[in-house]
Write a protein that binds this ligand. Sequence first.
Ligand code: B12
Length: 359
Amino acid sequence: MALQEKGTAGEQLIIEADRLAEQVTHMQYLKQPDLYQRFGAKGRERTKQDSLYSLSYLAESVLMKSPALFMNYISWLKLLLSGYRVTEEDLIVNLIAIKKVLLDHFEHNDKSEVMNYLEMGIDHVRTEELQTSYITVDSPLGTEAGEYLEYLLQADRKQAYTLILTLLDQETSIKDIYIHIFQKVQYEIGRLWQISRINVAQEHYCTAATQSIISRLYPYWLQAEGTGRSRRLVSACVGNEQHEIGIRMLTDFFEMDGWDTYYLGANVPDHSLIQSIVDYEADMVAISVTMTFHVHLAHELIEKIRASEKTRHVKIIVGGLPFNIDQGLWKLVGADGYAPDANAAIQLADTLIPAVQLG
Ligand code: B12
């Protein structure tokens, strides 16, 4: 299904989001002058930043016709703000300020659609949220994932690495280590940051440590070049998406499964990515999106890939957080398929391009 032409309400909102966020902040501080005493001058900057995020998520949600994206954002925001002593009431005041500013200062024929999504978001603030750890002892490798996380939080990456080597000695598969330890621990680190239990520096340390451990495992599984033509994958994050570990793990799974892979990571200009499909004679492209407000960039990129005769034959798969939140979203961006994680992606790829097809 094609998206509407340029100039939809969602697109207009993306363009005007910064100006509108400033007006929302102004209105919220008029309504709640005590915010200065509670949060100081920095609080005003944060309010503007958060309002900008809210407008961006709202816009993307409207653009993709996916209320789930905005509802998930509201749940996420509520938990994030509670760590900063920002209450549900404060959030509702902010969302109502957004509503007022949109009513008075945003013009579009389909404005009612934007207002409907926003209303749903305001109602959603009152929904009870259950937030539990991603790591439980009864899940596969749950105990080991807990230990691994503890080592990283104690800044002991050597012990974390030793734990992984011990698991390899016990013949735990690398794929299981990726999914049940690295991925789970990354999700848990995100949750701990969100509820203000760890700071940004700790998150960066843990992420960098896991990336280095992933690299140190390559000699255990990366094979020398095989003979003959294998299926070929080009993989990358969309636009200025910075979350690259998921697509890296996915690419490694493809390589483990006999594909030849060309991993580009984050910050690849669309035209370079498209050129690499040609140069590398790719059969499939994997595009990763984590931040919801980047979903439309995946749609634009896919349109560009399909527009060129040289690249329109490739199969395109997408994945990442927004696609996991709304499992029908992949169709709207024009992809050939989606999978929730690296294991499922391999199965999907086998369906789209069976191994025998290329001989
Ligand atoms: C590490 C991290 C970062 C790092 C990334 C570093 C790097 N080199 O990758 C940095 C510090 C840059 C970062 C920045 C930000 N982050 Co961040 N980050 C994370 C964190 C903790 C881990 C990400 C990760 O490694 N996941 C592990 C991988 C293995 O999982 P995955 O990405 O889901 O991938 C799997 C599947 O989704 C799927 N998949 C993924 N891609 C694809 C593609 C295809 C084709 C297919 C089929 C499948 C597929 O397969 C993968 C493997 O199984 C997450 C927490 C989380 N829940 O993910 C937050 C998180 C994603 N970040 C978040 C936020 C808010 C931000 C910032 C806005 C923070 C800020 N204020 O600046 C910025 C935005 C940056 C940007 N513009 O992109 C939020 C997003 C919330 C939301 N609802 O949108 C999260 C969820 C944290 C949280 N709980 O609040 N972040």
